[in-house]
Design a protein around this ligand. Structure first.
Ligand code: PMP
Length: 345
């Protein structure tokens, strides 16, 4: 056995508790089905498979640029937004540098810190689940990660806090907008396009319904984007994924918007049902609800035994134990509610 890298000894593989369940509400993907253009685009792309993809996904960058009225050189793409975030950290930080992030947030962020030899500095969210701009800036970190709407709380950050961090941070600011399609109008694209140190990341995995294809993107100044592109190989987006993502972006925008609106309305209906059960979900701007609940891990285990998978968290900063319930078509929500009712007993 070759010797392990010392700093990797205590890094676990990402493995949330899962067992095949009839209803899986654990990963915040689009549960309303596959966008209409996917199947045809997928088959049409088969002829591209014998050759390598184009380097750095130029078609996708052009399509993204057209979709928001920007230039292709303002975009980077990757194997999911995970890959874009990880590449950005590698591009701008040396081992031993500091990565500050709001806490709680996306579980992969502290893991990316470890993998890249960085010093993770969690900064608790405020009592209203906003980013604590003063405390984040006081860390002096070379990179600050924000997430809005935030996973796992579901809450959106205030424009004031995001803008202050973006304008005053000494280094890179990553604003993760994986769930922003569920909260139109709350985005920070303008900051990414105006400021040289801001990277906004997005994904095709949530509202766009393409999690299995693994396509994410980032927008920032061309100089910043060029550094991110350097931090990895040219073929992170497969030719099939690039073709399908382009097609969905250009042809299925209405489908995506309508399903996102449906998710938001199911979410608020679900909130009402949870309130009737005596549970109080956090305010949400995403396609899931975070429900503080002591003993959430055991409740989730009992729900899995009833064929419903939701994500449980333990002792989160400012939240405690909680269940995170992904939102989908209402019949799925009814099944989840029935399992929850039985599991609370
Ligand atoms: N950011 C956040 C906040 C997420 O919740 C996720 C997925 N769970 C991602 C990024 C990564 O998504 P992907 O790599 O599929 O684009």
């Amino acid at each position: 056995m070759i010797p392990q890298r010392a700093s990797y000894r205590d890094i676990p593989l990402y493995a949330p508790p899962k067992r095949p369940c009839r209803v899986d509400l654990s990963d915040n993907t689009n549960l309303f089905g596959v966008p209409p253009s996917v199947e045809r685009a997928f088959h049409a792309a088969v002829s591209r498979v014998p050759r390598y993809p184009q380097g750095y996904a130029p078609d996708l960058r052009r399509a993204l640029a057209a979709s928001i009225g920007a230039r292709p050189e303002e975009f980077t793409t990757g194997c999911g937004s995970d890959d874009v975030i990880d590449s950005a950290l590698r591009a701008f930080l040396e081992p031993g540098d500091t990565l500050a992030f709001q806490d709680p947030t996306f579980v992969m962020v502290p893991l990316f810190a470890k993998v890249n030899g960085l010093r993770p500095v969690p900064v608790p969210l405020t009592a209203t689940f906003d980013a604590d701009a003063d405390a984040l800036l006081a860390t002096g970190a070379k990179v600050i990660y924000l997430c809005s709407p935030n996973n796992p709380t579901g809450t959106a950050l205030s424009r004031d806090a995001v803008e202050r961090v973006a304008r005053e941070a000494p280094g890179l600011v990553i604003i993760d907008e994986a769930y922003v399609d569920f909260a139109p109008g709350t985005d920070a694209l303008d900051l990414a396009r105006a400021l040289p140190n801001v990277l906004v990341t997005r994904t095709f995995s949530k509202a766009f319904g393409l999690a299995g294809l693994r396509v994410g993107w980032g927008v920032g100044s061309p100089a910043l984007v060029a550094e991110v592109e350097k931090a990895r190989g040219p073929y992170k987006v497969t030719s099939v994924a690039e073709a399908v993502a382009c097609e969905v972006l250009t042809k299925d925008a209405d489908w995506v918007r309508a399903r996102a609106e449906e998710a938001v309305s199911c979410r608020e209906r679900l909130r009402g049902e949870l309130t009737a059960l005596g549970l109080s979900a956090l305010p949400s701007a995403a396609n899931f609800l975070m429900v503080p609940l002591p003993g959430a891990l055991a409740v989730a285990e009992r729900m899995r035994a009833r064929d419903v998978n939701v994500r449980a968290f333990q002792a989160l900063t400012g939240v405690g134990d909680a269940l995170r319930i992904g939102v989908g078509p209402w019949p799925l929500m009814e099944t989840a509610l029935a399992a929850l009712r039985e599991s609370l007993r």
